[in-house]
Design a protein around this ligand. Structure first.
Ligand code: ADP
Length: 292
């Protein structure tokens, strides 16, 4: 019997040693994969980002020269009477391409966590800044931008990134508003972990079948094609920024009635996982690990 117990213990010990070896080997493989094997991938991603950055800068410089020359030509009365309208159209197109490049540049920079500094951010200040940056556009469009003020606790994030995300959402609210419409920004809820902001408008709205696509690169809904100029990059960038923050964004919309985006930003540092849900009348991208 003692001999049998001894054999059983030996087997258990051998099993334990086997498990420990498997765990150690897995850890070693994981270490080698992350530390060594992924280095070329990381390096090539960095090189790719640098390449995009320099190409975009070059193109922007050429476009800016082209725009200046076109504007100078427009000042010559003899030229204007012949091709004035064409020159104006050219300037609009140059502005449009420049906007695409600007968005691409921001998108390119935001995609790397390493260069992004996270700190406490005062969202009240961010919202005020964005509203004042968009004031002229809102006046031009005849749209009111209302910030329903309340005390918003500090969040944890990158202030420039969050400003860019809110800028894109509020700008869209203004652009896709009906004349005389209103874009409202409010703090929807505060929990121990998160702050949720709501950006809503009473604009043209988005059809249900298009909602799952609006965060994709270069996607523009059928209803706006040919009516307003846009790049289809704004919401993709918002999504990327919220993802970097481990936050959450959801959208609900009714065509002809309006659209609302709810953005949840963590108040403290958090890990990031992805959870994408489509629900009745809306769409949610959830990058949080905590309860909202
Ligand atoms: P764009 O430069 O075209 O505005 P975005 O990525 O910001 O690109 O938005 C993608 C598309 O989603 C827009 O073209 C528009 O069709 C739709 N959209 C975004 N925000 C709104 C909104 N507030 N109201 C209605 N449609 C919107």
């Amino acid at each position: 019997m003692t001999g049998f117990n001894q054999v059983t213990r030996d087997i258990e010990l051998a099993q334990l040693a086997l498990y420990a070896t498997i765990v150690l080997v897995s850890l070693l493989v994981w270490l080698i994969t992350t530390r060594v094997a992924l280095v070329p991938v990381r390096d090539s991603l960095v090189a790719q980002k640098r390449f995009i950055e320099s190409v975009a800068h070059e193109l922007r410089t050429s476009l800016s020269i082209l725009k200046t020359q076109t504007e100078v030509a427009k000042m010559d009365p003899a030229v204007v009477s012949l091709v004035g309208d064409t020159l104006n159209e050219n300037i609009k197109e140059i502005d449009h391409i420049t906007e695409i490049l600007n968005n691409l540049l921001v998108f390119n920079r935001v995609g790397t966590l390493e260069n992004i500094v996270f700190d406490t951010v005062n969202m009240e200040v961010v919202i005020e800044t964005v509203i004042s940056r968009l004031q002229r556009l809102a006046e031009y469009k005849g749209v009111a931008v209302v910030f329903e003020k309340s005390t918003i606790p500090l969040v944890y994030g990158n202030s420039a990134g969050l400003e860019q995300a809110l800028f894109n959402l509020i700008k869209n609210g203004i652009i896709y508003a009906q004349k005389g419409g209103t874009v409202t920004i409010q703090c929807l809820s505060v929990t121990e972990y998160n702050v949720t902001l709501r950006i809503s408008d009473d604009g043209i709205g988005i059809a249900k079948d298009e909602l799952p696509h609006i965060f994709k690169l270069f996607y523009r809904t059928d209803s706006v094609q040919g009516t307003t100029t846009g790049t289809g990059l704004g919401l993709a960038l918002v999504l990327e920024i919220i993802k970097l923050h481990g936050g959450k964004i959801s959208v609900e919309s009714t065509p002809g009635v309006g659209t609302q985006f709810d953005v949840t930003i963590p108040r403290r540092q958090s890990g990031v996982t992805t959870n994408r849900q489509i629900h009745e009348g809306g769409m949610t991208h959830d990058f949080s690990t905590q309860k909202v």
